[in-house]
Design a protein around this ligand. Structure first.
Ligand code: SAM
Length: 492
């Protein structure tokens, strides 16, 4: 496979994957914890229901005391005078034509979902209309993202076109803008497939709860990844470590403050067991706070395809597959799905109690248990036979003294070893109650993992305690199974 392009730092290449389209591959060894993408956005969009608490220039969450409301349209706010200046002076942020379009839009009394889609179209068209080298570059990058419109986008585009025309009066350029349905539908599809949802901060969620702000600015349980800003994609945020994860709603969905589109980050495909995690820093106050970064979960050899999960790691097989199919338009056949679809078949047979009463079940559990023990020992270097090999991902891997468990996926083909899957989820899924973010090493070589949703860190020692707890649960299950298997059949 020839590389289509090579990233400036030479770490990544774009290649075509037969099934997934374009994809990013490592071109050298990448260490776990290394940042392999650090990229500025093409477009930032604030969710209409968060317009009073999210800076339209940098997507920072702002409290009522510090926010500066747009004195013209009252439909946007800024976190500082400098952001106000930047937004008003940038054609695709909040320049006079967009401000005027926002004002017109607010007067139409549309649903927040329609407003969100119209705002996206307005910003995309403002990019196209601005005609500066920078806006042309951004619009070309937006058009190069994947996304052939479906019937759904065609009908939404046809329905929204008259409203768009009405609100565009402020751009003074209705004639020169591409208002044909095909182009609008294409833009909508590209946003659906490629935008990243940005989680609301805790304060925004609390305020929204008090004001009972509804709307569609949510994503399925914070999943997302990359894509499907309004509904699905990569909702991650480092807005603080709290009991209730930022952005979480009672119904388990996470509220979004907005979404962002990135050129390179949009090329990262999906696997249900990712090897990178996305981190964002909108509330950090640091330079480049709108950049998205991707960190490797573990060491990646050259030629590894980058994979993020478009859905939260804790989602079940059926939910994950439905989201991939319905939102992103593909059937996920990744190793985790293959493995869990076999489990589902087995589970279907569990209704027959005799299945549980075979000795094989116990043997399987004991084998798993031994593997977890071996991996756990290897993780601390406690193995009695240091340097011996242990079971990980169905592969024999060399366990070295005091090395953390590094379970690199065993390749695309075939299902995974259940123990590998269990260890992977224990290691990389945030352990904070109800969070379900993805954890990656804080820096190359570190064994401290940081969650990309709540920001909590977990040491290797804490991870080992998780393994122990998991083992204890398994042992309890075994005891229960043994009790059942020793029951005389006649008393069933
Ligand atoms: C954000 S884009 C990723 C980059 C895309 N492959 C491209 O060529 O631009 C998301 C789209 O990539 C494809 N894709 C991502 N992960 C996939 C997977 N595991 N299997 C099949 N297609 C996948 C789907 O078409 C999906 O809608």
């Amino acid at each position: 496979m020839d590389a289509l392009t090579v990233s400036p730092g030479g770490v990544l290449e774009v290649r075509n994957h037969a099934r997934k389209g374009r994809s990013l591959y490592t071109s050298r060894i990448v260490k776990g914890g290394e940042i392999i993408i650090d990229e500025a956005p093409l477009l930032l969009l604030v969710a209409p229901e968060m317009a009073q608490s999210t800076c339209v220039a940098c997507l920072r969450a702002v409290g009522p005391k510090e926010r500066i409301e747009c004195p013209v349209c009252f439909q946007a706010c800024f976190c500082s005078p400098s952001c106000q200046l930047v937004a008003q002076g940038t054609p695709w942020l909040h320049s006079v034509p967009l401000c005027s379009a926002y004002k017109q839009l607010a007067a139409l009394g549309l649903s927040t979902d329609d407003q969100a889609q119209l705002r996206f179209l307005l910003h995309a068209l403002a990019l196209r209309h601005a005609g500066t080298p920078e806006s042309k570059r951004r619009f070309a990058a937006l058009c190069s993202l994947v996304g052939e419109p479906t019937e759904a986008e065609h009908s939404v585009a046809a329905r929204l076109a008259p409203y768009l025309k009405a609100t565009l009066a402020g751009l003074n350029a209705v004639e020169s803008l591409p208002l044909n349905g095909e182009e609008l539908a294409m833009l909508l599809r590209k946003e659906q497939l490629n935008s990243y949802g940005v989680l609301a901060s805790q304060q925004q969620v609390a305020t929204a709860a008090v004001l009972q702000i509804g709307g569609s600015g949510v994503c399925g349980n914070g999943g997302g990844t990359t894509c499907g800003g309004r509904v699905g994609a990569g909702c991650s945020s480092n807005s603080g470590g709290a009991e209730v994860p930022p952005g979480e709603r009672e119904d388990g969905e996470r509220r979004l403050r907005g979404s962002a589109l990135y050129a390179q980050a949009s090329l990262v495909n999906h696997e249900c067991l990712p090897n990178v995690a996305r981190f964002d820093f909108f509330d950090s106050g640091r330079p480049n706070s709108t950049h998205v970064t991707f960190r490797a979960l573990h060491d990646l050899p050259p030629g590894t395809e980058l994979a993020q999960s478009y859905v939260p790691l804790h989602w079940g097989l059926a939910e994950r597959q439905a989201q991939c199919r319905d939102v992103y338009g593909f059937d996920c056949t990744c190793p985790r799905c293959q493995t869990e679809s076999q489990w589902s078949d087995d589970e279907g047979e569990d209704d027959d109690e005799s299945e549980w009463e075979t000795d094989t079940s116990n043997e399987d559990l004991e084998a798993d248990d031994a593997a977890v023990t071996a991996a756990g020992e290897a993780a601390t270097g406690q193995s009695r036979d240091a340097g011996a090999s242990g079971l990980c991902g169905g592969q024999e891997v060399e366990m070295q003294d005091a090395q953390p468990i590094v379970c690199a996926p065993p390749g695309e083909e075939g299902p995974l070893e259940p123990t590998y899957l269990r260890l992977f989820l224990l290691k990389y899924m945030c352990a904070a109650p109800g969070c379900f973010g993805t954890a990656a090493p804080v820096k190359p070589g570190s064994t401290l993992l940081e969650c990309n949703v709540c920001g909590r860190t977990r040491s290797e020692r804490e991870f080992l305690r998780e393994i122990e707890r998991s083992q204890q649960q398994q042992q309890q299950m075994q005891m229960q199974l043994k009790k059942r298997t020793t029951r005389p059949r006649s008393v069933r």
